[in-house]
Design a protein around this ligand. Structure first.
Ligand code: F6P
Length: 345
């Protein structure tokens, strides 16, 4: 299929590697096929309001190692806006788009899937530091976030040991504990708390007390921001909802600081890593994966594979149905978590 005008957008929380996808799409589209590539600003907002710019080989020079996204991003939900789908359709027509490449996580790709069902030509590219998308083995951004969190844990380790303190590290991961699990294992954490398994604060404290009894007077506790205490034990506060209905998180670290300090009697402090995990340059792994996905997305468009997502399966890039990618979240299997149990405490 001779695609001549292809739109591209980045939606949801940004992550390292987005610019590598954009660059690959532009290089392959323009130099490989003679296409025109149109970049829409700030995710679905750019499509709804038709805010776009032509992307050229020149405009994507030097962006491969840059974090963030040159297109900007937002958590705009097309389906929460009045006549949202009609606005999108009009932009497609006005910009004479043959198709759109939407780079995003569960929310952005969920919207892409629904728009595709309504006859609009969309191809998805999976991204998220949380690594919680189904139908792909891994998402780019995850490797970088794990590196950032692991480096932070290594640094916290040395100061925890010097001051005989417990240090709680709150990492991102709203519904899935992949970042907490991988950075916690890589950093040798004593306790890892993930959203998939509600935790018992008494068991957490027992692990820390056992460590003290064995002569180690500090502990590292890694908690995903979405980790929750067992029902009826402690209460966690959350903030406002975004357009996709997700609450703003970021309270589990300080809560654990208070509870562990109070219950064990050992000095405990919390560090909330927050958006540091999403910023900065992508790892080599994420740059290569993002580049491969971008190249494959253009091929998919030329093959008329609308409604598909490019995905990493084993070592190969494959096409999967967008519907499969957004059907359910890819969370940490309990058996996978339990495998590491002997390393805790
Ligand atoms: O979905 C990716 C993510 O980084 C989550 O881990 C986190 O809960 C959320 O984004 C934070 O979003 P915001 O940038 O809106 O604070």
């Amino acid at each position: 299929m001779a695609v001549v005008r292809l739109g591209i957008l980045t939606g949801g929380g940004d992550c390292p590697g987005l610019n590598a996808v954009i660059r690959a799409v532009v290089r392959k589209g323009i130099d490989g096929h003679g296409d025109e590539i149109v970049g829409f600003r700030d995710g679905w907002r750019g499509i709804l309001e038709d805010v776009h710019e032509a992307l050229t080989i020149e405009s994507v020079r030097g962006i491969l190692p840059r974090g963030g996204t040159i297109l900007g991003s937002s958590r705009t939900n097309v389906f929460k806006r009045e006549d949202g789908v009609e606005h999108v359709r009009r932009t497609f027509e006005r910009s004479e788009l043959d198709g759109l490449i939407a780079i995003g996580g569960e929310d952005t790709l969920g919207a892409a899937h629904r728009l595709n069902e309504q006859g609009l030509h969309v191809i998805g590219v999976p991204k998220t530091i949380d690594n919680d998308l189904s139908a792909t083995d891994v998402t780019f951004g995850f490797d970088t976030a794990v590196h950032v969190a692991t480096e932070a844990i290594d640094r916290l380790h040395t100061t925890a040991e010097s001051h005989h303190r417990n240090l709680v590290v709150e990492v991102m991961g709203r519904h899935a504990g992949w970042i907490a699990l991988h950075s916690g294992i890589a950093g040798g954490a004593d306790v890892i708390l993930i959203p998939e398994i509600p935790f018992d604060i008494e068991e957490v404290c027992a692990l820390i007390n056992r460590r003290h009894a064995r002569g180690r007077y500090f502990a590292i506790i890694v908690a995903a921001e979405g980790a929750l205490p067992k029902e009826g034990t402690l209460s966690v506060t959350t903030g406002d909802l975004d357009e996709f209905g997700h609450p703003r998180l970021g309270g589990i670290g300080p809560l654990l600081e208070r509870e562990i300090g109070h219950r064990t009697g050992f000095e405990t402090r919390a560090t909330v890593l927050g958006h540091v995990q999403r910023g900065g340059t992508p790892t080599a792994f994420d740059r290569v994966l993002a580049t491969r996905l971008g190249l494959a997305a253009v091929d998919a468009a030329h093959a008329g594979q609308w409604g598909k997502m490019v995905s990493l399966r084993g070592t190969q890039i494959e096409l999967v149905a967008l519907a499969d990618a957004v059907a359910e979240l890819h969370t940490v299997p309990i058996a996978e978590y339990e495998r590491y149990g002997v390393l805790f405490g």
